[in-house]
Design a protein around this ligand. Structure first.
Ligand SMILES: N[C@@H](CCC(=O)N[C@@H](CS)C(=O)NCC(=O)O)C(=O)O
Length: 201
């Protein structure tokens, strides 16, 4: 399988991390999102009309959206719980990651560590406070959840842990103080200690 990616992206790293746990080799194709390489007519026509990475390619099949790609890789494996409720609960955390976590925790990392605080547009600058507040609320919810259990879903390491690890472990680059979330910190260490773990590039 081919992964179209920018290695700095946590959304791309999720897929590499899931693939590493599953022992699936990926042929990596690199694009520099800062140079608009996912917005070229060729990329839009042949890889993803939405102009974004990651895109997982299996033969002729193209699958954008990181959490869908992770699910495609992990379906039928121990990373996806067998029970109906636990499987839905895993999806709940994956949807939550895309709606309540990534748009705040990942976006602030992108704005502050990649674009730079002094180069933000007015519209980005206006949103800094609300994104910080929403990102802290997301990390707080994770901390409360993890204070009572080791893994997000069903008592075992799985896909929900993988997708949430991707941007949480680099949240400090967005100005979040992970020291305020001790249960998240302990969980990050547990994920990183898993036998097939691979770090972000
Ligand atoms: N919901 C998508 C988000 C994809 C996304 O925002 N990708 C960013 C990098 S993390 C991107 O390609 N940005 C380049 C651009 O929008 O031009 C996913 O989870 O894959």
């Amino acid at each position: 399988m081919i992964l179209h990616e920018d290695p700095r992206s946590g959304n791309c790293y999720k897929i590499r991390l899931a693939a590493a746990h599953l022992g699936v080799p990926l042929d990596r194709r690199f694009y520099d999102i800062m140079q608009g390489e996912t917005r070229t007519p060729e990329f839009l026509a042949k890889v993803n009309g939405d102009g974004r990475i990651p895109v997982l390619q299996d033969g002729d099949l193209l699958l954008p959206e990181s959490n869908a790609a992770c699910y495609y890789l992990a379906d039928g494996s121990p990373l996806v719980p067998a029970g109906r409720f636990e499987r839905a609960d895993m999806l709940r955390w994956m949807f939550w990651e895309q709606y309540s976590h990534e748009p705040n925790v990942a976006t602030l990392r992108f704005w502050l560590a990649f674009i730079g605080a002094d180069r933000l547009s007015d519209s980005q600058r206006v949103l800094l406070g609300s994104k910080r507040e929403a990102g802290e609320a997301a990390l707080s919810l994770m901390d409360r959840h993890l204070a009572e259990r080791d893994w997000f879903v069903g008592g075992a390491f799985g896909l929900a842990d993988i997708v949430l690890y991707a941007y949480t472990h680099v949240a400090d680059a967005g100005g979040f103080d992970l020291g305020r979330y001790p249960a998240v910190g302990a969980w990050l260490s547990r994920v990183a200690a898993m036998p097939r773990h691979v770090p972000m590039d």
